[in-house]
Design a protein around this ligand. Structure first.
Ligand code: PEP
Ligand code: MN
Length: 265
């Protein structure tokens, strides 16, 4: 169902009037984790000021260590909803447990399925049934075909609103947190009709590489870019090393819009 052979035209996912996958570039910015109202509102204000529509923030954090901050759970989703309503934004947040989905869909606009859950088939089926747009991230060591099959699980339950997100894969290279598989973007665009995002934060794990990789993403035909923004990354409860502060975010956005314009997007 996700194959371009089945449907030659692009799937367009509409979120708060923004048409994701319709030829333009969509941006998803927001903190790694929801830590409190003020923190999320500060980023939302900056997103809004740029005329953007999409805000991210993790409430259920799938952390590698059980001793790391696990997220605020439903309280985090409540904060996201309050901020989204105040700033008229669509919010994207990861859900890790199928049992939380029913409640979560009242708070969020897009269900994110994280890299660690790309092959959690019960979660994929539940997300397919939930009837909300889904942002599906590529698994840590997933092939492109496995990634496409994961999207097929969701669509086979009748949910057509799926966005794919390349977020880097595990290789021997240690200079970056993961290795951004930039060629996955044109391959996914050829093989499927779904919008494709590139998450520059989790793929690189390096603040100095966010802009160059975002430029590459746009140049190879990505429909969107995701990056993490925190009002004070130094005290962030997760991903402190790679989130942008607001002035860095302003500069990032200015430069990426220049590239977008030069490429005639
Ligand atoms: C995230 O986007 O918050 C996240 C945890 O990313 P990933 O699942 O790609 O590691
Ligand atoms: Mn993060």
């Amino acid at each position: 169902l996700v194959s371009r052979k089945k449907q030659p035209e692009n799937t367009v996912v509409e979120l708060k009037g923004e048409k994701v996958g319709d030829g333009g570039i969509s941006y998803v910015f927001g903190p790694c984790a929801v830590e409190g109202y003020e923190q999320v509102a500060a980023v939302a204000a900056s997103v809004k000021e740029k005329g953007l529509k999409l805000l991210r923030g993790g409430a259920f954090k799938p952390r590698t260590s059980p001793y790391d901050f696990q997220g605020l759970g439903i309280e985090g989703l409540e904060i996201l909803k309050k901020v989204a309503d105040e700033y008229d934004l669509a919010v994207i947040s990861e859900i890790v447990n199928p049992a939380d989905l029913e409640q979560a869909v009242d708070y969020i606009d897009v269900v994110q399925i994280g890299a660690r859950n790309m092959q959690n088939f019960e979660l994929l089926k539940a997300a397919g049934d939930a009837g909300k747009p889904v942002l599906l991230k590529r698994g840590l060591s997933a092939t492109i075909q496995e990634f496409i099959n994961a999207a097929e699980y969701i669509m086979s339950r009748g949910n057509k609103n799926i966005m794919l997100c390349e977020r880097g894969i595990r290789t021997y290279e240690k200079a970056t947190r993961n290795t951004l598989d930039i060629s996955a973007v044109p391959i996914l665009k050829q093989e499927t009709h779904l919008p494709v995002f590139v998450d520059v934060t989790h793929s690189t794990g390096r603040r100095d590489l966010l802009l160059p990789t975002a430029k590459a993403a746009i140049a190879v035909g990505a429909d969107g870019v995701m990056a993490e923004v925190h009002p004070d990354p130094a005290v962030a409860l997760s991903d402190s090393a790679q989130q942008m502060d607001i002035p860095t975010f302003d500069q990032f956005f200015k430069e990426i819009k220049d590239v977008e314009n030069r490429l005639g997007k």
